[in-house]
Design a binder for this molecule. Structure first.
Ligand SMILES: [Zn+2]
Length: 320
């Protein structure tokens, strides 16, 4: 009898350990959040509208102490071919908030359809203001994000471009949690432009659960590929739906057990030195790239959440 009780106690103790390590694993999820297409990507084109989007995003980031990196298209800083100081001031606001800025090229072209030399000059053209602003704030300019996540149609191009980036002091900023926030944003903008408040709310109400399932999907792939939760990198865009609903996204991530880390911290995860030999026409998550490079069976990718069809329709987009 005594032995049996002891055995039971041990079982309970082990169960307790398992539960606490599960809780720990939950609490240890980490994500670095990045925003692309700065200063703003929206059908809103006024300086005032852009200032509002920026202010709302920064307020939520500061309130939750999220160390975001924002990727800039300097081409958007010009109005009538002149540098628009109001738009430059939006980038200053990001730096003033203690955040970091990165290069996303001047004009957001694809490396898949632009000759390498032209693409590289678009990268250098895209750092003129950024370098000055970052220097004045003693901030680093060290990350590059590929537009459309297009990293090159051949390994030669990719290698050559990466060595160019290296020469100019840039590290590639990968994305692991890829998603269609840009489609939701298009739908949201169109609804607002049509003064359709109900449609805006409908899109926003679908956005958070969609992002929640996207996180679940990439957590699942991370577990399957690495046997653990890697430090994730989330891609979002500096658009209106995020300006209005970023706080809800943050709440969703916290509920899933995430803490917010810098991109530098995320890149210390060994996952980011995984082999990537993909050269497809797509722009996909780095988890998908690492998996494809390992020749996983096609069933591996099953279950990626789809953008609801009413959102696609409202955004006037045919395919994700
Ligand atoms: Zn972009």
């Amino acid at each position: 009898m005594f032995i049996r009780i002891r055995a039971l106690l041990i079982i309970f103790a082990l169960a307790g350990l398992a539960t606490s390590s599960h809780a720990q694993a939950q609490a240890q999820k980490q994500v670095a959040i990045t925003f692309d297409d700065l200063p703003v990507v929206s059908t809103v084109q006024t300086d005032r509208g852009w200032a509002e989007v920026t202010a709302k995003l920064l307020t939520t980031m500061k309130r939750n102490k999220i160390p975001v990196v924002g990727f800039v298209n300097e081409g958007k800083l010009y109005s009538d071919s002149k540098l628009n100081p109001k738009r430059v001031s939006l980038l200053k606001a990001w730096l003033d908030a203690g955040l970091e800025l990165g290069n996303h090229t001047f004009s957001h072209r694809s490396l898949h359809s632009t000759p390498l030399a032209e693409f590289q000059s678009d990268v250098l053209r895209g750092e003129k203001v950024l370098r000055e602003l970052s220097k004045a704030k003693h901030a680093k300019l060290r990350y590059f994000r590929h537009p459309f996540l297009h990293t090159g149609r051949s390994l030669e191009t990719r290698k050559e471009f990466e060595s160019f980036l290296n020469t100019h002091g840039y590290t590639v900023a990968p994305v692991t949690i890829d998603n269609t926030d840009w489609i939701f944003a298009g739908a949201y903008d169109n609804a607002r432009d049509a003064n359709d408040r109900a449609a805006m709310d409908h899109v926003a109400a679908a956005y958070i659960p969609y992002m929640d399932s996207t996180f679940a999907h990439f957590e699942d792939l991370s577990a399957k590929l690495f046997g653990r939760q890697i430090k994730q990198v989330l891609l979002l865009h500096a658009n209106s739906i995020n300006a209005d609903h970023f706080a809800e996204l943050v709440a969703m991530m916290k509920k899933r057990g995430y803490t917010f880390i810098t991109l530098a911290e995320a890149l210390t995860d060994d996952a980011y030195v995984s082999t990537d030999t993909t050269t497809g026409s797509y722009g996909i998550s780095w988890i998908d790239r690492w998996a494809l490079s390992r020749n996983v069976p096609s069933g591996f990718f099953k279950g990626e959440p789809r953008t609801p069809s009413f959102v696609m329709k409202l955004a006037r987009i045919e395919s994700e």
